[in-house]
Design a protein around this ligand. Structure first.
Ligand code: FES
Length: 119
């Protein structure tokens, strides 16, 4: 066994029905260490959703080039709205992301020490 095989007793995961997959279009984002939370639609950037929820996250260009919004994705899955977000392959592998051009594909937990409620 190479460590990636499932034990003989494990049942294969049941695929999510297509209807259910498409029905899930809003995801929850939790920010650490503040504990702030907000919802993001599947077609919205994480940064824009935060602003709509009156949460300030560091940002500048909002198009994936300046890296002001760079933060750590601690849990969850994202996809990018642009082909070449300003991250190296190594940064992506380490878990860094750019929320201004990232859209969720699951609930997310992000490390954003400078996040704060907008007044
Ligand atoms: S705000 Fe510039 S890369 Fe995200």
């Amino acid at each position: 066994m190479d460590g990636f095989e499932q034990p003989a007793t494990a049942k294969p995961k049941k695929p999510m029905p297509t209807d259910e997959l498409h029905a899930k279009s809003v995801w929850k984002v939790s920010l650490e260490p503040s504990g702030l939370q907000f919802d993001v639609s599947a077609n919205q950037s994480v940064l824009i959703a935060a602003l709509q929820a009156r949460i300030r996250m560091p940002s500048s260009c909002r198009n994936g080039t300046c890296r002001t919004c760079l933060c750590m994705l601690k849990q969850g899955k994202i996809r990018y709205q642009i082909d070449w977000p300003g991250l190296t392959r190594e940064e992506k592998a380490e878990g860094y992301m750019l929320p201004c051009v990232a859209t969720p594909e699951s609930d997310l937990v992000l490390d954003v020490p400078d996040a704060s409620p907008l007044k």
